[in-house]
Design a protein around this ligand. Structure first.
Ligand code: C5J
Length: 226
């Protein structure tokens, strides 16, 4: 059986199931200078740096006709899907639903909530709004994955230790084999990215595997290329 050269050991690519790529929350407000993330004092350049790698990964899936799912952390305009516990927590200058530099923060349809233009989904790809940190909570992700009959999920996006890791843990509990593409994910806090990767791969891939984009793309081409 073919596999991806990964940590802590090879990630198997069984012939009877196709991998699905889940790109978490590559939205303007987290990534772009002048958005919500930078208004909170974060160094968004760290997140911007992964954009070419995420693009390359998405392109490999497109070239191989493999499914791509994009998520956005987003709430309804009336905030009916945003618990007060989430909205009011933290020492924030800006809260969910407040008017930020790119429109209302984390509200579906606002300019800052859009996926960055470099990674705009194309026809045939899925774009899910997710009101929680995890991609399964209050979304149609499970139905989409059931439709594709996959057991293999590859993850990219931001931030590694929050929405990416939460989504991987949700997927892990639902029986998926999860691989995180290390150079296609990032955090505002490099030490948190490192720690999240260590937690994911510890104890024989307790949550999942990690590999670089080039290793992933090479293995996918070798396995699913014509
Ligand atoms: C956060 C995310 N950090 N996408 N969201 O609030 O990780």
């Amino acid at each position: 059986m073919k596999s991806i050269d990964a940590e802590p050991f090879a990630y198997p690519l069984p012939p009877d199931t196709l991998p699905v790529l889940i790109v978490i929350d590559m939205q303007r407000d987290f990534i772009e200078q002048g958005g919500f993330g930078s208004a909170l004092g974060n160094d968004v350049s760290l997140l911007l740096d992964i954009v070419p790698t995420v693009k390359k990964l998405i392109q490999a899936f497109r070239d191989l006709d493999l499914p791509v799912i994009h998520t956005r952390e987003a709430h309804k305009a009336d905030l009916s899907d945003c618990p007060q516990s989430k909205r009011l927590r933290g020492d924030c200058k800006l809260r969910i639903g407040d008017k930020g530099p790119m429109g209302r923060v984390l509200i579906d349809g606002e300019p800052g909530n859009a996926i960055i233009p470099e990674l705009t989904p194309i026809e045939g790809e899925y774009e899910l709004t997710k009101p929680g940190k995890g991609a399964f909570y209050n979304t149609s992700l499970q139905e989409i994955l059931d439709k594709h009959g996959t057991t293999l999920l590859l993850f990219a996006g931001v931030t590694t230790e929050v929405c990416v890791q939460t989504s991987m843990r949700e997927a892990n509990d639902r029986g998926y084999q999860c691989l995180l593409v290390e150079d296609a994910t990032e955090s505002y806090f490099p030490e948190f990215k490192r720690a999240a990767i260590d937690m994911i791969t510890a104890q024989g891939a307790i949550v999942g595997w990690v590999a670089d984009c080039d290793e992933v793309v090479e293995a996918l081409k070798d396995t699913y290329g014509k």
